[in-house]
Design a protein around this ligand. Sequence first.
Ligand SMILES: *[C@@H]1O[C@H](CO)[C@@H](O)[C@H](O)[C@H]1NC(C)=O
Ligand SMILES: *[C@@H]1O[C@H](CO)[C@@H](O)[C@H](O)[C@H]1NC(C)=O
Ligand SMILES: *[C@@H]1O[C@H](CO)[C@@H](O)[C@H](O)[C@H]1NC(C)=O
Ligand SMILES: *[C@@H]1O[C@H](CO)[C@@H](O)[C@H](O)[C@H]1NC(C)=O
Ligand SMILES: *[C@@H]1O[C@H](CO)[C@@H](O)[C@H](O)[C@H]1NC(C)=O
Length: 411
Amino acid sequence: MDRLGFVLFLVLGASTTSLVSAQQDWTKDMLDAMQQLLTGDTFEFDPIYLAKLYSCFDKIDPKLKEAQDLAWQGMVNYHDQNGQPGDEWGSCLGNGHCAVYFEQNATQQIFHNITIYEPCNYASNVPYYHVTTQICDHWDLWNVPADVRHALGTVFASLGFGSSFWHGSHTYAGNVADNRVIEVLAYVVHQASLQNLNVNSTVLMDLSMIKRPYSGVEIKAQLTDMFLEQSPEQWAETINSFDMPNYYKTFAGIVCTVFSVALENETADQIIDALIALFSFPPEEEMRALTATLNLTTEEKLVVQGNFESALIKLLYAFVWQEWAIGENPIIYDPAINEQGADLIPVINAFANSLNTFPIYDQDVQDGVNSYPGDEWCNDYSPHAKWHLQAANGLMDLVFLGDDLHKLLKA
Ligand SMILES: *[C@@H]1O[C@H](CO)[C@@H](O)[C@H](O)[C@H]1NC(C)=O
Ligand SMILES: *[C@@H]1O[C@H](CO)[C@@H](O)[C@H](O)[C@H]1NC(C)=O
Ligand SMILES: *[C@@H]1O[C@H](CO)[C@@H](O)[C@H](O)[C@H]1NC(C)=O
Ligand SMILES: *[C@@H]1O[C@H](CO)[C@@H](O)[C@H](O)[C@H]1NC(C)=O
Ligand SMILES: *[C@@H]1O[C@H](CO)[C@@H](O)[C@H](O)[C@H]1NC(C)=O
């Protein structure tokens, strides 16, 4: 390089650096504010974990950090402008499809004076980020192709943000960003698990009689673009326009796959018939055709069984604390039951982990310690915070299970 070239290189390098550092780090600002709100600390959100999260974002998608920043900035803006007409900050609670949760503790955070309606249910979404970083920890070991791996990492990051937005804001925009993102996730896992079968069946792949316009992975890309290009006033409409099966249907689809793979013929037949009746699934023959193409050893079936049991135990224990899943059950609002429930998280996860063959990358999240700001009191206090934490553990297993199925189910 000649001298002029070298000087230009230095100048360009310096200006790029200053441009980058001049940009506000909205993700960090909001996580720091969360740390202060939940703990009363004056110090910042765990900087070592944050650095790990950011390098994971970059590995997954060079646009992901920016999308996350714009999402958090969007939430701040939505607060500062008091939402939009018909969806003011704090207005969506117990009306329309916005549920009410046990924790109601509107508290103002210092950064932008944002009122956070459910502080524990807000902060307890950080474990979804921990799923993203576990996906990075497992990076070269995934069986699913890179686009699926990237989609999974991205969707968990979107869920971490979306669910925080909802429980923090009590807005319809937040509600949609929470609930429908779980559907994207389940859809990506379902399609990835069947991908290698190369079956040309919309009933199996799209869980629909007619072909849906986009795959789960493609919907994930639209979600990222939405954060990059749209303001929060538009988010709910965009997310609602995604054509995907609701998550009961998708989970039922995953369960059908597991049973087809892991159980003997007659048992699988019976259970799948029951599921089809329960969830009004499309024709049974399509599901059974799947089994006919398989030829797994007993050992392989046992591994799938153990891995499925692990995911199921973790997810069922999460659902105990979901609040709406069990209706108005007063037991889960009892303080002593909540404390015992929190103590059981590491015990149940250790038992589930004794059944699976999955690597454990994040023991803290399995144990519910150092998993999000305030977890030492929120786990004891809020049922729904336990749901978030434990759903992150269960969904991590579900992703590993989908990856197993992807490997085993080769036509
Ligand atoms: C409400 O949330 C604040 C901030 O996280 C916390 O300090 C306070 O103890 C909570 N109050 C109740 C009743 O849980
Ligand atoms: C937050 O509220 C305080 C007290 O009401 C006020 O002095 C401060 O300017 C507000 N900060 C922002 C960023 O609005
Ligand atoms: C899948 O099925 C549709 C409709 O039956 C057909 O148009 C399409 O060509 C098929 N694709 C492949 C790859 O077989
Ligand atoms: C299991 O059922 C499928 C489809 O009903 C059939 O094709 C296959 O031969 C059966 N396998 C065994 C081992 O019975
Ligand atoms: C299943 O595996 C057995 C043993 O490896 C083999 O003999 C049989 O042909 C296989 N069946 C199919 C349908 O691939």
